[in-house]
Design a protein around this ligand. Structure first.
Ligand code: AMP
Ligand code: GLY
Length: 422
């Protein structure tokens, strides 16, 4: 099988790394890729947001399966174009991707189908949003409707903060069209977990769990980021809770999407809060998380390519996947200043030494190859260093031992990834 991975971050390196190890996969292609994916896949030049260009490359190369890493190509209709041309694609349609790309759609959908989530008001004018904010009272959450690069959510401790968030999104246009509708919702409390289900349009199987660390600094302080580290599996999700999530969230979503005419095939990533009233949905994503993929994929007890192909063809196996054994902890190494302004282009030392350590895997994200072949930093999140272990403790120790080998100018990372659970 020839597989094309779309994307160029740590998640896509993990996807290519996993596929490369599978006997059923003859070749992995990756676009746009990065120096890490280049070690396990052939890099192809391609505008991954152009449905016609992706379809043409897939036909020309004889690709058997496309795996879409990030959400933007799904929002751009890439999976629809591939499906229309008869090419198997692992990733939902543009309509089904609205579970992630429109928080207003997602919220209204959950209400229609009784999926547990925070109570909310969908507001299309600033006046309406201000009324909703005052009605809920502080603390309250204000969310821009559309994709806002992880910056569209304000968890406001005070009314003033919430009203400022409404003003920024709806009067100042801080998120452009993505903020012309906002969702105002009740603030939930409890630990957050990421729950992944693989879906074929009709059925879903639990695929794994993880916990992200979204804030920039130790102790969950500082600004929100794309994710500074992750652990898997989540020690907070046992078999009983997993079954409850499938029954109360994943299965109603699959049935509802199908009934409304846009069946969901791909990865359903449920961002959950474990509240005193049970698990509730904070958000859906329609793809693997980053950095969650870097810890979930190495634990996947089956090959990914046949599973993804089966999901793409509406024919997931009947039996659940075998149980996960062991644990992974991933620590993100970021450029100084991330998620704010930063300088990149610095050489990275110690990559080979870290990768040579037992139980350590280094996934690339914001890296590029310099003129003399050295690897340079090129983005906010530069690397994810993943440790494997029988326990989270062992996985964590290995991840940080790997981190200790690597350095670049102004490197930043959290020292408390998974600390709470060891
Ligand atoms: P998102 O950008 O949708 O991932 O949201 C960012 C973060 O905001 C989440 O990871 C949660 O920590 C927090 N959040 C979102 N919605 C709520 C809510 N209703 N109650 C409390 N926290 C929330
Ligand atoms: N790590 C969170 C995400 O991928 O959305």
């Amino acid at each position: 099988m020839k597989v094309l991975v779309l994307g160029g971050g740590g998640r896509e390196h993990a996807l290519a790394w996993k596929l490369r190890q599978e006997s059923g996969v003859a070749e992995v292609l990756c676009a746009p890729g990065n120096p890490g994916t280049a070690t396990c896949a052939r890099t192809v030049a391609l505008d991954i947001l152009d449905p016609a260009a992706v379809t043409a490359l897939v036909a020309a190369e004889g690709v058997d399966l496309v795996i879409v890493g990030p959400e933007q190509p799904l929002a751009a209709g890439v999976s629809d174009a591939l499906r229309a041309a008869g090419h198997p694609v692992f990733g939902p349609s543009q309509d089904a991707a609205r579970l992630e790309t429109s928080k207003a759609f997602s919220k209204a959908f959950m209400d229609r189908h009784g999926v547990p989530t925070a109570r909310a008001r969908i507001c299309t004018t600033a006046d309406e949003a201000e009324v909703a904010v005052r009605a809920f009272g502080a603390p309250v959450v204000v969310k821009a409707d559309g994709l806002a690069a992880g910056k569209g959510v304000t968890v406001a401790a005070t009314l003033d903060e919430a009203l400022a968030a409404v003003d920024a999104a709806m009067r100042q246009g801080a998120f452009g069209a993505a903020g012309s509708t906002v969702v105002v919702e009740e603030c939930l409390t409890g630990p957050e977990v990421s729950y992944f289900a693989v879906c074929d349009g009709t059925r879903a199987l639990p695929l794994g769990t993880a916990q992200d660390h979204k804030r920039a600094y130790d102790g969950d302080a500082g600004p929100n980021t794309g994710g500074m580290g992750a652990l898997a599996p989540s020690p907070l999700v046992d078999a009983g809770l997993s079954a409850r999530v499938m029954r109360t969230i994943v299965e109603p979503v699959l049935a509802g999407m199908r009934a409304e005419g846009y069946p969901f095939a791909g990865i359903l990533y449920c961002g959950l809060m474990l509240t005193p009233d049970g698990p509730k949905v904070i958000e859906f994503n329609v793809r693997f998380g980053d950095p969650e993929a870097q810890v979930v994929l190495p634990l996947l007890p089956v090959p990914l390519a046949p599973l993804a192909l089966a999901a793409a063809k509406g024919a997931l196996p009947a039996e659940p996947l075998p149980a996960v054994s062991g644990a992974r902890v991933g620590v993100v190494l970021a450029s100084g200043g991330y998620p704010g302004a930063m300088t990149t282009g610095y050489p990275i030392d110690g990559l080979a030494a870290a990768a040579a350590m037992p139980g350590v895997t280094v996934f690339h994200a914001g890296t590029k190859t310099g003129p003399d072949g050295t690897v340079l930093t090129s983005g906010g999140r530069v690397l994810t260093v993943v440790g494997e272990g029988v326990t989270l403790q062992e996985a964590r120790d290995r991840a940080y031992a790997g981190v200790a080998q690597i350095s670049f100018k102004d490197m930043e990372f959290r020292r408390d990834i998974a600390a709470r659970y060891v």
